[in-house]
Design a protein around this ligand. Structure first.
Ligand code: ATP
Length: 304
């Protein structure tokens, strides 16, 4: 599949600090790419370089298969919402979009009505943005990024501060744009749990470096469900587990075994263990929280 955007060893130096450190990102057409990293990890700086809002210190950006000047010219195919989207609080959504259209030389009326409808703000009329809910403001931010018919839309922390309802609405809008308008997205967040409700691919950034890129399937596999058994007799229990034909299991602690396959058969497994006289103190089906996976990868909460 075609890459819409790649970066090769992209770096940004601020004085002595490397805010972005040799990041090689791979975004395919049609993806909703989630860039996850804590506050200060370098997400905004990376997105600003990709969008052409910050100069590149080192490395290369390839857009739609082109690099250098040719890539620069293709930036008009990117819609961007980074940090404060420059929204005028004393104006309506329509007026805000009109200003953006004028700045971009886009055909205002048709374009504005189209994007307002897409993000579900078509009925806000003359209502000033300062009276919008956070979710509405975020949708206006997306509408602003959509002016000019972009192929790639970059949204920095679009779900930050939204309640579950707001996140669900945001997901609907992004999925619809992705599905029906073929728009590829890069969205950043510092909360993997929230991002996971939307993104199809993930890039994990920590202290400026990209630690991992993985698909939603890979992420779910790594954060998958498992059976946790508590038994004082782990050694014999493992023998029985292997006899049953289970290979994907691990003794994680004294007296605790985690089994990563045949999750539907937990009662059968317990029965077999009991038949061998093995005492079971507890059995639960657990799910490694996404947040734990992410924290482990980035060195635990203490390292925040
Ligand atoms: P946040 O979610 O808090 O915005 P982030 O992951 O987007 O975090 P960046 O804003 O990219 O992180 O910041 C990365 C690092 O670069 C931080 O340590 C920040 O202080 C530093 N930094 C960012 N912009 C500048 C700048 N203009 N001058 C100097 N240092 C900067």
């Amino acid at each position: 599949m075609e890459y819409l955007l790649t970066t090769k060893n992209l770096s940004k130096q601020y004085g002595r600090q490397k805010a972005v450190d040799r990041v090689s990102l791979h975004v395919r057409k049609g993806e909703i790419y989630g860039l996850i990293g804590r506050n200060g990890a370098g997400k905004t700086t990376l997105l600003r370089m990709i969008s052409g809002l910050a100069a590149v210190s080192e490395g290369e950006i390839s857009l739609f298969g082109k690099t250098g000047r040719e890539a620069g010219a293709l930036r008009e195919r990117i819609g961007v919402l980074i940090e404060n989207p420059g929204v005028y609080a004393n104006m309506s959504a329509y007026e805000n979009l009109k200003i953006k259209c004028i700045a971009m030389g886009a055909n205002a009326k048709d374009e504005i009505e189209k994007v307002l409808k897409i993000v579900g703000l078509e009925d806000t009329g003359k209502k000033h943005v300062r009276n919008f809910s956070l979710g509405m403001k975020q949708r206006l931010g997306i509408a602003l990024a959509l002016i000019g018919n972009p192929d790639l839309v970059i949204l920095d922390e679009p779900i930050n501060g939204l309640d579950p309802q707001g996140i669900a609405e945001m997901r609907e809008v992004l999925e619809m744009l992705n599905r029906e308008h073929g728009i590829t997205f890069i969205i950043s967040s510092h909360i993997l749990e929230e991002l996971s409700k939307i993104a199809t691919k993930y890039g994990i950034i920590h202290k400026g470096a990209l630690l991992q890129e993985l698909t939603r399937e890979e992420l779910l596999e790594r954060c998958g469900e498992y059976i946790e058994l508590q038994t004082p007799d782990t050694e014999r229990a493992c023998t029985v587990i292997e006899e049953i034909g289970i290979t994907r299991y691990k003794v994680v602690d004294a007296g605790i075994i985690q089994i990563y396959e045949r999750l539907q058969e937990s009662s059968g497994i317990v029965l077999r263990l009991a038949e061998h006289g093995i005492q079971i103190k507890g059995i639960t089906v657990k799910n490694e929280a996404l947040e734990d996976y992410y924290l482990n990868l980035t060195g635990g909460a203490a390292n925040a």
